[in-house]
Design a protein around this ligand. Sequence first.
Ligand code: UDP
Length: 319
Amino acid sequence: MSGRYVVMGGSGFLGSHLCDRLLGRGDEVVCVDDFSTGRRSNVTHLSDHPAFSLVEADISVSVPVEGPLTGVLHLASPASPPDYLARPLQTLAAGSEGTRRGLELAERHEARFLLASTSEVYGDPDIHPQTETYWGNVNPVGPRSVYDEAKRFAEALTMAHHRERGTNIGIARIFNTYGPRLRPDDGRVVSNFLLQALRGEPLTVYGDGSQTRSLCYVDDEVAGLVALLDADITGPVNIGNPDEYTVLELAQTVVELTGSLSTIVHQPLPLDDPTRRRPDITLARSALGWEPTTGLKEGLTRTAAFFAGNDGATTGTPG
Ligand code: UDP
């Protein structure tokens, strides 16, 4: 049975792919975005879709959506480190006020609320790989805290709503995700490396590149999020790809795949940059029957094709 969903942050990288997925299976979608880090171009292909509507609003101020709802998905937050470091207060507001408004909207309509939380709640983890039972190692006053603590607060608020008011909720902890529609100036590692390689510029590895990340292709990530949306568990559930690479390995893979002549240069490591990150997805496998299926090379090839076919390869500044 099809439903009607609000996607807060629906014009962002992940949000827009979620809109596509829900519309593709016959649902109605109301995208709410203030276009601060999301882009109109991510949803222009949907503008004539009869089941799609767009509301321009800052979700930390209001979520002006009327009519019946099946679910409210909260994807509205700056998510790239350069983005949230440039918007500390907006990021905290999206996690706190935005989450509260989304929860209240869901509660009013007896809809399910899906929170896009993050592997950043684990901070620089002492436990590896990270299981959902690990409480994390976060610097509460460091520059990254505006994102980490906003998401940790959002999780606490979401659980409190569920416990006190019985709101139907699900919490996804999203690990590093990449794919088409990453903004060229997003500043994240995959967009930076691919664009640098395509432009023949040096790839900027921060630190010695021994830090690790586990990268999930966007189609896999969205399938996991929708599986959690359709399930009746609260989570939190890790949704990510457990294949782990050092940042240096990633840079070398990008150079190889693109056939680029780019060199690799080292730049200073950002403060509190987590040294390693890898999801334990046992829970997602057993409770959602989900696991990623797209390998790194395949995902990078598709993402490179997106950048090569877009203005991204020649304009915009990798951050
Ligand atoms: N990174 C890098 N070069 C870049 C961008 C990022 O070496 O041009 C590193 C960054 O320091 C981190 C990893 O790549 O260790 C992932 O960074 P990203 O900003 O994509 O996301 P994060 O996992 O830090 O939220």
